[in-house]
Design a protein around this ligand. Sequence first.
Ligand code: ADP
Ligand code: MG
Length: 457
Amino acid sequence: MTKEELWQTVLSQLQFKISPANFATWLKNTHVLTKGDGSVVISVPNNFSKEWLENKYHKTILQILRSTDDSIKEAFYTVERSQPTQDPYHPLNSMGQSSSPQDSGDQLELQGVRIHKATNLNPRYVFDNFIVGPFNELAHAAAWAIVQNPGTIYNPLFVYGGVGLGKTHLLQATGNEINKEAPEKKIRYISSERFTSEVVTGIRNHTINAFRALYRDVDVLIIDDIQFLAGKEKTQEELFHTFNALHEKGKQVIFSSDRPPKAIPALEERLRSRFEGGMIADISLPDFETRMAILKVKTQERGSPVSDEICDYIASNIHRNVRELEGALNKIIAFWRLHNREPSLPDMKAMLKSVINNPNRQVTPKKILEAVSEFYDIKEKEMIASSRKREIVRPRQIAMYLFRQELKSSFPFIGKKFGGKDHTTAMYAFERISKEAQGSEMFQDELSLIRQRIYGG
Ligand code: ADP
Ligand code: MG
């Protein structure tokens, strides 16, 4: 069976397992890049698809692959640099450039997938290509200090910040650098979702002792996106004991999360206090100058330089995260490939139109309600209704506050929106939350993480 046939089989089965909208969104322009040695490398058009496939559909895809060809053990996803496509109507192909991924012979294309077996680290993420600015310098400095002296200074290191701001990059760079400097050290990088599923498998298959032995024997343990442990009691318990075992032996532990430990719902207190027991460093939004720097460095690096005017335009209009800046960068690279020149400002405006004027980016009451209820892991309905439970009342007040702040809603409107309450309730909520925000930087961070979700669509 050829690679093409294999992927066709997978797609035709996947089609029945996921919704048509998701299918179209995440699987468009994917294909099998290489196959062999028990593994399959799937090319995807962008980082979003890659993450989505890795996080949501990996199991299903692997299952189908294995059932189609039992020599397949693993599957990886990679974002191809040259955006190749099989589509004959695609402009790149009609120009006779890069018509198939094999043509390019670009070694770099496999960069994203050579995941190091023992450490589970992706070698693409290194300090060399990590740009430091005021928004991430604390986290960067802490990570760098750990590279010099693992297990001694900041233990654990807890890095938090919104999506696409470089947490994974920084954590993996730390692992890669330690690996380079001290190859004898055992390093293990894992997402909290994988960690959870390994605990579950361990319990189910009575292999939990092997799991424990593996994780308690490392020198550096890195767990990404720890917020997903919310409510997973068994996993939290395992992590607690693993952490203690490592910590006692002076082994380094690093965590990342989309929020500070205090704001992770349904987290055991003893674990929370462990998270807080070392160094907590946040990554905030890059400021304008840093966004310019990121664009400059990356466009240069990728051989598609653009003028200051273009960088300025992008940096002024895209401010949510580094991943979006990379999205703009990819558009520039595609443009260079197609036209062999730098895009003009009108070209750039046209290319970014859908991103910048996207109605999804405008804040709406619905978005605020969704973001707040998701953040605190409560039901939207409950927040609107009249529950007096503390875990509901506070998020409700925060949502009311955000209605006022972000939408400039009137107090009577807010009261009405929240189950027909009086305007004085809304006013009280607003004042209370404003006061709390003034008094606590920690709480301000919490609010800004929620805002990032609102504007992050
Ligand atoms: P997070 O884990 O916080 O969601 P990622 O680490 O996945 O974010 O970063 C998203 C993308 O942006 C990645 O491709 C990453 O390499 C890039 N990136 C993020 N921060 C930086 C940075 N400071 N310098 C260079 N690239 C960055
Ligand atoms: Mg990440």
